[in-house]
Design a binder for this molecule. Structure first.
Ligand code: ADP
Length: 596
C-alpha cells in the first residue's frame, strides 16, 4: 500500500534528474517550442504500475495535464500530482527534485508528461530549466494562532479538528510535502469493542476486555491509567470517525494477533487513505491552517515557563510560530531514524528494513526531551512480521492471515508459529527460520472470502510481478515457484486440514482464537516476507489529559502530545489496530486540552 520508496536505489532518480537537467539546461525560454496543438497521451512506469496522462498543448505551451489512469496510492499521490501539474503549467518546466516519500511517483509523472509533449513535437531542451518545488503553494503569512499542532498524521488531525471544533484558531505544521504520515500508509483498522459489525456477527465484547488484551499484549509494562482511557475511548473514537468525519468502513472485521475477539473495523479500501482524506476535508471545512513542507525544529518556553512557541524551517527560511493557548506534538515515532533505533535497541540496525514513512524520525521526542520531558519505554521497538523482503513495505495482501485463512511456513515447508500470535512473537520466530523469511500459504477459497486480491489489487499485481508472491494450480507447483519444499508443504497442509476437521490445532493451538479452516482446491498462493520495524512503543511520557510530563512527573505547561510520539501506552508490544484507536483517543484529548 505504501508508495514510500526510500529503500529503492537513489541512483535511478539521480540519473533521471541528471538526464533531464542535461537535456533541459541551456535554453531558459518557454517560447522556443513549436508543438502541434492538440491533446496527447503519455505513459511511464509508476510505483505500482503504469501511469497514463493526457497533455493538452498549444504551439509553445503545456496548457493542461490530466491523469488518465494511475495505480499509485491515491491520497498521497493526488496531492503530489496536483502540485506537479500546477508547477509544470505555471512555470513551463519539466524538472523536479524527487519528493521524499513519493520519488518514484514524481519521476513517473514527469516522464509521462515528457513522453506526451515529445509526441506533440516538443524539443525537451526548449522547456525552462526551472526546478519545481512541491511546497511552492505554501505561503507563510501568519505566525500567531491559538493552538499549534506539530505533525499532520492521524493524531495531529484528531487534535487539530477537536481544537478547532472547540473554537480555536489552529495551525498544523507538517514537514513533508503531503500530510498523512504513517496513518496514510497504514491499514488504518481500529479496535472498537462493542461495535456495530460485532453486533451483526453476535460477537460479545467490552472496553474491559480490550483493556485486558492491551495490558497482556504489552506484557503489563503499559501504564494502566492510560490504557483505561484508551480502552474506554476506543468505541467512541470509531464512531467519531464514522459519524462525525464520515469515514466509510468495509463490512467485515479484522482479527489481529493478541486480541481475544474479532473487533477491528477497517476503512474502505483497507487503508488510511480514506481516513486521511476525510480528516483533510474536515480540517479544511473548519478553516484550519496547514503549512506543509514546514519542519518544526524546537519548542520555546515563555518567561512564565509555558511552552508557547515553535521554531520551524520552510524553504530554507526560519520562522517562529506562537500559540496563545497550547501546542500539541503529534510527530509520530522514530522507526525511520536508524541512529535512534540503534541507540535504544542495538539489534534494530540497518539489516532490518522499516514499514514507516520517511518522516518518522522521532523529531517530537527529541524536541520534548530538550525541554526536559521524560521519555519512557524507548527500548521497545516493534517489527511487523510480514513485510516486503526487499523494501520493508507492509504487505496488506498478507491480511488473509488476519482473516484466519493462511498458514505461515518456512523454506522447509513446516509451520513454526501460531499465525494469529502477537507481532513480536511471529517476528522473532520468523527471524530464526532459514533466510529470516516466512512463506504465507493460502488457497482460492481463502482468496475469495478474504478479498485481499481485489481490495489490494495494485499491491497484489506488483508482488506477482516482482516474484514475491506466487500463484499456481497445485501445491507442488506453487511451492517450487516460491522455493519451499513441496513434499513437506503438502504434508503440512494435510496435517493442518486434519486439525481443521477435528477443530484442534495440536501444534500451535490456533483454535484458541479462531476455528482452523481446511484448505481445499487451487489455485494456491505463497507470499514470501520478512519482519520490518513498524512501531516504536516508547516516547514522550504523558498523563491521562495528554499533557507532557517532566522527569518529576509534573505537566510541562502548554505542551501536549498524542500518538506514536508518546510512550507507555502499549508496553512492550502494540496490538494491531490499537494504534488508530490511540491516535484518535489521545489526539482528541490533546486537542481539547490545548484549546482550553
Ligand atoms: P501518528 O500515527 O502518531 O499520527 P504519523 O506518522 O501518522 O503519526 O504522523 C506524524 C506526522 O508528523 C507525519 O506526517 C510526519 O511527517 C510529521 N512530522 C514529523 N516530524 C515533524 C516535524 N519536525 N515537523 C513537522 N512535522 C513533522
Amino acid at each position: 500500500m505504501s508508495v514510500i520508496s526510500r529503500k529503492r536505489s537513489l541512483l535511478l532518480p539521480i540519473l533521471l534528474i541528471g538526464l533531464l537537467l542535461t537535456v533541459f539546461t541551456g535554453c531558459g525560454k518557454s517560447g522556443g517550442q513549436s508543438m502541434k496543438p492538440g491533446t496527447y497521451e503519455g505513459e511511464a512506469e509508476g510505483m505500482n504500475g503504469p501511469l497514463k496522462v493526457s497533455v493538452k498543448v498549444s504551439e509553445d505551451k503545456i496548457e493542461d495535464i490530466e491523469i488518465l489512469s494511475s495505480e499509485e496510492t491515491g491520497a498521497l499521490t493526488e496531492e503530489v500530482f496536483r502540485q506537479l501539474r500546477e508547477g509544470i503549467i505555471g512555470q513551463q518546466g519539466l524538472t523536479c527534485d524527487a519528493v521524499s516519500g513519493a520519488s518514484t511517483t514524481t519521476e513517473a509523472y514527469i516522464q509521462a508528461v515528457s513522453d506526451a509533449v515529445v509526441k506533440a513535437g516538443a524539443t525537451l531542451k526548449n522547456f525552462k530549466a526551472v526546478k519545481l518545488s512541491l511546497d511552492d503553494g505554501v505561503r507563510i503569512d501568519r505566525t500567531d494562532f491559538d493552538v499549534i499542532v506539530v505533525g499532520a498524521g492521524g493524531a495531529g488531525y484528531s487534535a487539530a479538528i477537536t481544537a478547532a471544533e472547540n473554537g480555536a484558531d489552529v495551525l498544523m505544521l507538517e514537514k513533508m510535502a503531503v500530510t498523512g504520515g504513517n496513518t496514510l500508509i497504514s491499514g488504518s483498522a481500529i479496535a472498537a469493542p462493542g461495535n456495530d459489525l460485532q453486533k451483526k456477527e453476535g460477537i460479545e465484547d467490552s472496553a474491559d476486555q480490550l483493556y485486558e488484551d492491551i495490558l497482556k499484549g504489552g506484557d503489563n509494562k503499559n501504564d494502566p491509567e492510560l490504557v483505561r482511557v484508551l480502552a474506554d475511548g476506543a468505541l467512541p473514537a470509531y464512531e467519531w470517525l464514522r459519524d462525525d468525519l464520515g469515514v466509510k468502513f468495509e463490512d467485515h472485521l479484522l482479527f489481529f494477533g493478541g486480541h481475544s475477539v474479532k473487533r477491528s473495523p477497517v476503512p474502505l479500501g483497507g487503508s488510511g487513505e480514506e481516513t486521511i482524506r476525510k480528516m483533510r476535508a474536515k480540517a479544511a471545512s473548519l478553516g484550519i491552517t496547514v503549512y506543509t513542507g514546514t519542519k518544526a525544529t524546537a519548542l520555546v518556553k515563555d518567561d512564565a515557563g509555558k511552552v508557547s512557541k515553535v521554531e520551524a524551517e520552510h524553504g530554507g527560511e526560519q520562522h517562529v510560530f506562537t500559540a496563545k493557548k497550547g501546542i500539541v506534538l503529534a510527530t509520530g515515532g522514530f522507526g525511520s531514524n536508524l541512529e535512534m533505533r540503534k541507540k535504544y535497541d542495538p539489534s534494530m540496525d540497518e539489516k532490518i528494513l522499516s514499514t514507516d514513512s520517511v518522516g518518522t524520525t522521532g523529531d517530537g521526542i527529541q524536541m520534548a526531551e530538550m525541554l526536559g520531558a521524560d521519555l519512557v519505554d524507548m527500548q521497545y521497538i516493534q517489527t511487523y512480521p510480514t513485510c516486503h523482503p526487499d523494501t520493508g513495505r507492509l504487505l496488506y495482501v498478507g491480511d488473509v492471515r488476519l482473516m484466519g485463512r493462511g498458514i505461515l511456513v518456512n523454506k522447509e515447508g513446516n509451520r513454526f508459529v501460531e499465525e494469529l500470535e502477537r507481532r513480536d512473537v511471529i517476528s522473532k520466530a520468523t527471524a530464526d527460520q532459514t533466510g529470516g523469511c516466512s512463506y504465507l500459504f493460502w488457497d482460492e477459497d481463502a482468496m475469495k472470502d478474504s478479498k485481499v486480491g481485489s481490495i489490494y489489487k495494485n499491491e497484489y499485481n506488483s508482488l506477482l510481478k516482482a516474484g514475491v508472491l506466487h500463484k499456481a494450480d497445485s501445491i507442488e507447483e506453487v511451492a517450487e515457484a516460491a522455493g519451499v519444499d513441496p513434499a513437506q508443504l503438502q504434508k503440512t497442509v494435510d496435517r493442518f486440514n486434519g486439525f481443521a476437521k477435528a477443530g484442534v490445532d495440536e501444534d500451535f493451538h490456533y483454535e484458541k482464537r479462531k476455528p482452523p479452516v481446511a484448505f481445499t482446491e487451487g489455485p494456491y498462493y505463497i507470499m514470501r516476507s520478512k519482519p520490518a520495524v513498524h512501531h516504536t512503543m516508547g516516547g514522550i511520557r504523558i498523563n491521562a489529559e495528554a499533557q507532557v510530563l517532566d522527569k518529576d512527573g509534573k505537566p510541562i505547561q502548554g505542551l501536549y502530545a498524542a500518538g506514536e510520539t508518546t510512550g507507555h501506552i502499549h508496553g512492550t508490544n502494540r496490538l494491531g489496530s490499537v494504534a488508530i484507536a490511540d491516535i484518535v483517543v489521545f489526539g482528541r484529548i490533546a486537542g481539547k486540552g490545548a484549546s482550553e
